[in-house]
Write a new protein. Structure first.
Length: 184
């Protein structure tokens, strides 16, 4: 498959996801388990895109712990914004992972468009998009605050981006060496 995004129709098998990612089924399955991702019979293009991002981050030597922390922070932000009420999908937080558009409004890992500039500081957090079970206490009473969660996310993100920038020349050199050493 030359361009997996164009070749993807509606759903992929696990074997197809592994083949497109260029990783073994054990490797991909271990990523799914460590990230707490649903293991399903069919996978969407968004799910594939997310797995590819995680594999790319690992290729740039971003520690799995940092990826897990970023993922948890993104899901927390989305829940505090009540985005989880928009869908019944078990992978609702990944459904925009392969979308394009304004990067300023998208979370780094999940690609979720939150509808406002992430670094802008203006958050409209009181919208409710659907029904949920009532909690005994609301999020604010429990100490949860979307602005605080967003600030914590914005503290971690530069660390991950810095690691990518640091490792990029190393990967470019490795690719150059591989091309020279294994020319067809």
């Amino acid at each position: 498959m030359k361009n997996p995004k164009k070749a993807i129709s509606v759903s992929l098998t696990f074997a197809e996801v592994c083949k497109i990612c260029g990783k073994s089924s054990v490797h991909v399955h271990n990523l799914q388990k460590s990230m707490g991702l649903p293991i399903m019979g069919k996978y969407s293009a968004s799910y594939l895109s997310f797995i590819q991002k995680v594999i790319s981050l690992r290729t740039f030597s971003v520690p799995l712990e940092d990826i897990l922390e970023l993922f948890a922070k993104e899901k927390s932000i989305l829940c505090l914004l009540k985005m989880d009420a928009l869908s019944n999908s078990p992978t609702w937080y990944l459904d925009q992972c392969d979308a394009s558009g304004n990067l300023d409004c998208r979370l780094f890992l999940t690609g979720y468009n939150v509808g406002f500039s992430i670094a802008g500081g203006c958050v409209q957090s009181n919208l409710d998009f659907g029904k949920r079970e009532k909690e005994l206490f609301n999020a604010k009473e429990m100490g949860e605050d979307v602005q605080r969660a967003l600030n914590n996310y914005l503290k971690l993100l530069p660390k991950i981006k810095s690691r990518i920038i640091q490792e990029k020349p190393v990967l470019q050199q490795a690719l150059k060496w591989a091309k020279e050493s294994f020319a067809d």
